[in-house]
Design a protein around this ligand. Sequence first.
Ligand code: CU
Length: 395
Amino acid sequence: MSQSTVFNNFPVKFSPVTWADNLLYKITLSLMAMILWMLPLTAAQAESGRHMGFMPGMDNGLPHIGLYAYTMSHARVANPPDLLGGPIRVGLVKKNTSTRWTLPGPRFVDPAVFGTPAHPVGWEQAPFPLIGMQPSWLRSENGKYTFVDHATPFSDWMTVGVGSVKMNLVDATAIDGARTKDKVDFDASFKSPDGKFTYRVVVKKALPHGMGYPFFGGVVTNHLLHGATGIGTRLMPTEFTYAGFWGTGKIYRNGKLVNDGQIVHMMIGELVRGDKQDLQFDGGVDPHGVTMHLMVPPYKITPHGPELAPVKTGYAPFAAIKKLMMAKMKMLKQSKNMTPSQKKAMKKRMMEVKELMARTKESMVQAMMEGDKFFGQPFMHVMFGMRRSDLRISH
Ligand SMILES: [Cu+2]
């Protein structure tokens, strides 16, 4: 895949961002390591962040729409205010609960969040898929967006497993600042889809502020996130969140520490997947269901700010992806509820997705050949089955 392939075909007149394009291209080569979920900085780094180039768009003449200015100014606040009504403590213990491991794959584009090629919205300029999406990253057909032109951690492809989680969170600080009273104590374990690896994710530190969007002191309770909010990636649908955090932690693989200082995000919110695990658009979010998602993006926090650090999962996802795609194709062939033209359209879309995944695999192979870049699926996105009543709340 060439850089021009990535950045051609701008549906609206967006000036190309040379620095950012280069960065994004490099990240693409290390597979889905472009999953820059969030970019927190220390207070001093937040100030210098303007010169770090993490937020493309600084030099292309376009404004930073959305929550960027709000977040950057709040990152410097020495004593951010407390939560109204005092701290909320949230505890959860789930042993051997069901898990869903998300495989890299396509994400279909919700017009409620991204508009249309003629009227794009949700285009906050940030590395993919931190917040918004540059229109050039979205495929379109007949005047409508179809799916993201890169493999994402927000596919409909999941494998079922078992995992355990325990956590104690304190939401005390209301607003982003240079420090926080929020606390995170999180420990989750689960297996790779092929059963070869047992992972453990341990988080003890809340990140006091975000960069492109707020972290609310690291722990957030009772808030809308994702989708239309611009808080977190827009590729997840808008969902009410009972409790969530952004922190840094340690990742263990079969007992061995493989990533340290890694950014970790967890969220307990509304059910965002349908009967077939398909990630919904905003109109399909179920307020009566609850799920927990754990996201470990390929980034760690260093004294100099965030740095690319693919999660060393050791797990290659492509055999599982192939199996799921073949099963879907078989289902399509056997389906009696679709008209021939619907089937034809669906088959065409599946062929496009197949081509996208072949391209992704090719990028992975190239990254492997280039050496010390690729350690398996570079992110973790895992759902944990739970009920709202599993949460222990105290004030
Ligand atoms: Cu989330």
